[in-house]
Design a protein around this ligand. Structure first.
Ligand SMILES: [Zn+2]
Length: 247
């Protein structure tokens, strides 16, 4: 049966080899592999957009089919989620966060040779791109990175001063950096580094990170005393900490 003839939520299987099987769902075909081995139960794995059914050695094909059918909503939802996550954001309509607000990328050709990028009040990030050139993922990624760095240089210094005023703790020095593993870092000598990507979050969440790092100047650990100090300056720090980890 052609998938177009399937009604909503109706699922069909093409009986074929054990290797590749098909699941029809809502006009879409999903392929899945069956792998048999010595195991007691059947498991369905979805990884990198592929469906793998790990079945017990002796389970009949009919039973496997039935198990996949019963799990069809879950399978399709999981596939959909994985697809939307892997979709390229570095294109027209891509979404980017600054200070907790979502900005939509708009690409506009212009008659200059350079690339210009700016964010405007209408929650748009506008990328002006030379006519005739292709705004590919790499170019867009670089431009967005430049925008984030520029914005971080405007947004973070006043917040850092504010965090120093709140705590009365002064950093020996501090800088905005590209960091892949942490939002902030405090060295023993009182030098603090802040990840420029932090500007994705709201001011309150950013302040939490800055206060957190400043408190490390007094307590160079994550001891009870350290957290008490953070809480003293920022009673709702747990909420901000959660915001930081939930994205
Ligand atoms: Zn820390």
């Amino acid at each position: 049966m052609h998938p177009k003839n399937c009604t909503q939520f109706e699922v069909h299987f093409l009986k074929g080899s054990e290797g590749v099987n098909q699941l029809y769902y809502n006009d879409t075909i999903y392929f899945y592999h069956i792998n048999r081995a010595q195991r007691k139960h059947l498991y369905i794995y979805i990884k990198n957009g592929e469906i793998e059914v790990r079945a017990p050695q002796k389970m009949s094909f009919k039973k496997i089919e039935k198990a996949v059918y019963e799990k069809r909503h879950w399978i399709v939802e999981k596939m959909r989620l994985q697809q939307s996550r892997s979709q390229n954001n570095y294109e027209e309509g891509g979404q980017f966060q600054i200070l907790g607000k979502t900005y939509t990328l708009s690409i506009q050709p212009w008659d200059k040779k350079r690339i210009k990028i700016e964010r405007n009040a209408e929650k748009k990030i506008v990328l002006f791109f030379p006519y005739g050139k292709i705004a590919d993922e790499e170019n867009i990624r670089k431009a967005i990175e430049r925008l984030y760095r520029e914005e971080a240089n405007k947004i973070l210094p006043p917040l850092f001063s504010q965090a120093e005023r709140i705590t009365g703790i002064k950093a020996f020095s501090w800088k905005i950096k590209k960091m892949s593993r942490s939002w902030g870092l405090c060295k023993r000598n009182g030098c603090i580094s802040i990840n420029w990507n932090l500007i994705r979050y709201t001011e309150d969440t950013i302040l939490y990170v800055l206060i957190h790092e400043l408190c490390h100047i007094k307590h160079f650990d994550h001891s009870k005393e350290f957290w008490n100090l953070v809480e003293y300056y920022l009673p709702e720090y747990k909420l901000q900490k959660k915001n930081l980890h939930s994205q």
